[in-house]
Design a protein around this ligand. Structure first.
Ligand SMILES: Cc1ncc(COP(=O)(O)O)c(C=O)c1O
Length: 391
């Protein structure tokens, strides 16, 4: 099924204002998402926040079903949280590390995850091992297998990094993790909503994602998946009145499923918006979204490398909708500003997001352009025109 781009653009008010090639930052939301959020906020203001929640109970429950469907999970394996980092840290801190435990990660691990690995190394005495890349620039599955020993407690990698079009071989990593019986935490923040995701095929025990990127949900939404069979190996760092129950002065119980990782308070309105965005992606089909998004990105790469003085830096065998490039003699910030002056949204990434990877490749700040399915070939050409004039 192919996507009706004109229809999708007519449902996306932002496309009338900007050439938005910063979907890896945050996508443009659709009108139905905006309407659903506004409608719930109005009900909160009209009848009361708790009462509006009660009224919307079935809709709120259906958000879990949608999120579960988009990653091939069961509904009770989903916790709704405010960000990918909130999901990742909830999962990570639920693992009890002892000095000498090893954590294996990849070179493109996301900054916030890496910072917490470094913190755990200092605080808990764990050893953080950065597994090298293979010849394609993706995590080496052979090196990963070789690095596993009896002290290895966790494999934590990023599926699609913030700083390039790489798609790591997450399913192959999952097979290695499962064979060794090692917990596997996958950061799928940039891949959910962009590509088909199936937690069983990936073999991950925990997966984190955000709403605002390729899922096109509002900011402040995200989720954590926890495989039901992994629950007894994890203990939430913190509980509250929603994730736990105070059953007696000295006793408590935890929520049965992944909701033990949630907090009571959250924006019900944006959560409903997340549900609408997820249903929209499911209706279009993740295969169609992936084909269109990766296709646009590949076209953009080809147009960019044809410009003298422009280098494209995406690595990996399988590449997705994130394009990173540099223009010789022009700083990434200047490129971004020149594009922004023409209402073309991109972002700048660099070593501060990716210390295990970019410095080792001799790379500094890079421009990141990230099309989504609703972008057009014309919009790519507009970016290329501006960049060509800079070189
Ligand atoms: C790969 C990756 N992981 C995690 C995050 C963090 O997401 P959030 O800001 O929702 O915590 C990002 C954000 O850019 C990301 O690119």
């Amino acid at each position: 099924m192919s996507i009706d781009i004109e229809l999708e653009r007519s449902l996306t008010p932002g496309t009338g204002h900007v050439n938005h090639l910063n979907n890896a930052g945050a996508s443009l939301a659709t009108q139905p998402v905006l309407d659903a959020i506004a409608a719930h906020l109005l009900r909160e203001a009209t009848i009361g926040g708790y009462e509006a929640e009660h009224e919307a109970q079935a809709t709120l429950e259906s958000v879990y079903a949608g999120v579960a469907t988009i990653i091939g999970a069961a509904r009770d394996e989903i916790a709704l949280v405010e960000s990918s980092t909130a999901a990742w840290t909830a999962a990570f801190t639920s693992i009890r590390f002892t000095p000498g435990d090893r954590i294996l990660t990849g070179r493109t691990e996301y900054v916030s995850n890496a910072l917490n690995l470094l913190l755990a190394a200092e605080r808990d005495g764990v050893e953080v091992v950065v597994v090298p890349d293979d010849e394609h620039g993706q995590i080496s599955v052979d090196a990963l297998r070789d690095a596993i020993d009896e002290r290895t407690k966790l494999i934590a990698i990023t599926h699609v990094p913030t700083s390039g079009g790489l798609v790591n071989p997450a399913a192959a990593v999952g097979r290695v993790a499962n064979e060794a019986g090692v917990l596997y935490l996958l950061d799928a923040c940039q891949s959910v909503g962009q590509r088909p995701i199936d937690v069983d095929a990936l073999g991950c025990d925990m997966l984190c994602a955000t709403g605002r990127k390729f899922l096109r949900a509002p900011r402040g939404t995200g989720f954590l998946y926890v495989r039901s069979t992994a629950l007894d190996r994890l203990q939430p760092m913190l509980l509250d009145s929603h994730s736990g129950r105070w059953t007696g002065p000295r006793t408590y119980e935890m929520e049965a499923g992944a909701r033990r990782f949630e907090e009571f308070e959250s924006s019900r309105a944006t959560r409903i918006g997340l549900g609408v965005a997820v249903d929209h992606a499911l209706a279009l089909g993740l295969d169609a979204i992936a084909a269109r998004t990766s296709g646009l990105a590949e076209q953009l790469r080809q147009m960019l490398v044809a410009i003298p003085d422009v280098e494209v830096h995406d690595k990996g065998q399988d590449r997705c909708g994130i394009v990173t490039f540099s223009v010789a003699g022009v700083g990434a910030g200047d490129v971004q500003r020149a594009l922004a002056a023409r209402s073309i949204n991109t972002s700048v990434t660099g070593p501060h997001f990716s210390q295990f990877d970019l410095p080792a490749r001799g790379l500094g700040l890079l421009v990141r352009a990230s099309p989504h399915y609703y972008n057009t070939e014309d919009e790519l050409a507009q970016l290329v025109d501006v960049v060509s004039a800079l070189g």
